[in-house]
Design a protein around this ligand. Structure first.
Ligand code: NAG
Ligand code: NAG
Ligand code: NAG
Length: 274
């Protein structure tokens, strides 16, 4: 599905590229009802699109449902690769290509998985550099350094020597959610045409950034959380992402978080200051 007009006549401050399986309508709905709802953010122009491939099960049926869904919501970007873990890199590059082609006036982009809690307002108001011009080479997220390729064939993250001969990966950001200036989308897309594609999308982005000499910006600590973290409204007020908030958990937590977002957190402040 070639979603062309979504950014027309707007200058999105942030484009959310949400990676989700084609058959997972329920997770897309949960995102649309929570942090992915563009009309939540009034003063900030946010564009949300979902990145999908072709379902590996019930391909035809799922495809027809997706087309109906896209007629209703107009937010699905799809190309004809099989929607598998190994094709996540292709999926992400499709998102980069979409931004470069159809959303060239965007300022920032975030690639995020659907099962993540996202506090977009904190990101926009506290993390993204404000003002113009946009910081050209900005890329941040949960940083992983000195990770080594898994050479065990049984692992999901197995990487043969022929695919990646070096002993360590360049610094990269966890694929669950990373943010970057929109101009980087085109640069990464172009670089990906000449670099050996790797199945692990987050590692691959690190390789491209390294080739492009773009260094990753260190975020403040504890705002991209990658361990299991129970919901705490005041803590979640002061961070960007938390892992493993699948659709139902996300909906539950969001109801509380969003309805109380204007309430203060005196206890929390006392805890920090004390
Ligand atoms: C998004 O928010 C608007 C305004 O609050 C609401 O009318 C709409 O139903 C929401 N969309 C979804 C999918 O929940
Ligand atoms: C996608 O993944 C499948 C299975 O993991 C693989 O067979 C296929 O070649 C990949 N690429 C495309 C473009 O579908
Ligand atoms: C990156 O830096 C290296 C070494 O400093 C240089 O050779 C290369 O041309 C640079 N690449 C880009 C894309 O600027």
């Amino acid at each position: 599905m070639d979603l062309q007009g979504k950014c027309q006549n707007r200058n999105p401050f942030l484009v959310l590229l949400v990676a989700v399986e084609s058959r997972d309508l329920d997770s897309r709905m949960a995102v649309r009802e929570t942090w992915g709802n563009e009309s939540n953010y009034g003063d900030v122009d946010v564009v949300t699109v979902f990145l999908v491939g072709l379902s590996i099960v019930e391909t035809r049926k799922i495809q027809l449902l997706l087309e109906v869904e896209n007629r209703v919501f107009g937010d699905i970007v799809q190309q004809d690769f099989m929607d598998t873990y190994y094709n996540l890199t292709i999926k992400t590059l499709m998102g980069m290509e979409w931004v470069a082609k159809y959303c060239p006036t965007a300022s920032y982009v975030m690639k995020i998985d659907a099962d993540i809690f996202l506090n977009l307002e904190y990101l926009v108001h506290n993390i993204l550099p404000s003002g113009t011009p946009v910081h050209e080479d900005f890329f941040t997220g949960f940083i992983l350094k000195n990770n080594v390729p898994v050479r065990d064939k049984a692992s999901k993250r197995y990487v043969p020597i022929e695919m990646y001969p070096s002993d360590t990966y360049p610094t990269y950001c966890s694929g669950s959610g990373y943010v970057f200036s929109a101009v980087i989308a085109q640069k990464i897309y172009d670089k990906a045409q000449v670099v050996q594609i790797m199945p692990m999308e987050d590692v691959f982005m690190g390789i491209c950034l390294n080739e492009l000499n773009i260094s990753i910006t260190e975020p403040p600590s504890d705002i991209f959380i990658r361990k299991i973290e129970d919901y705490d409204r005041c803590q979640f007020n002061q961070l960007v992402t938390v892992h493993r908030y699948g659709r139902n958990k996300l909906r539950n937590v969001w109801m509380d978080f969003w309805s109380k977002k204007n309430l203060g957190c005196p206890e929390f402040q006392n805890r920090i200051l004390g």
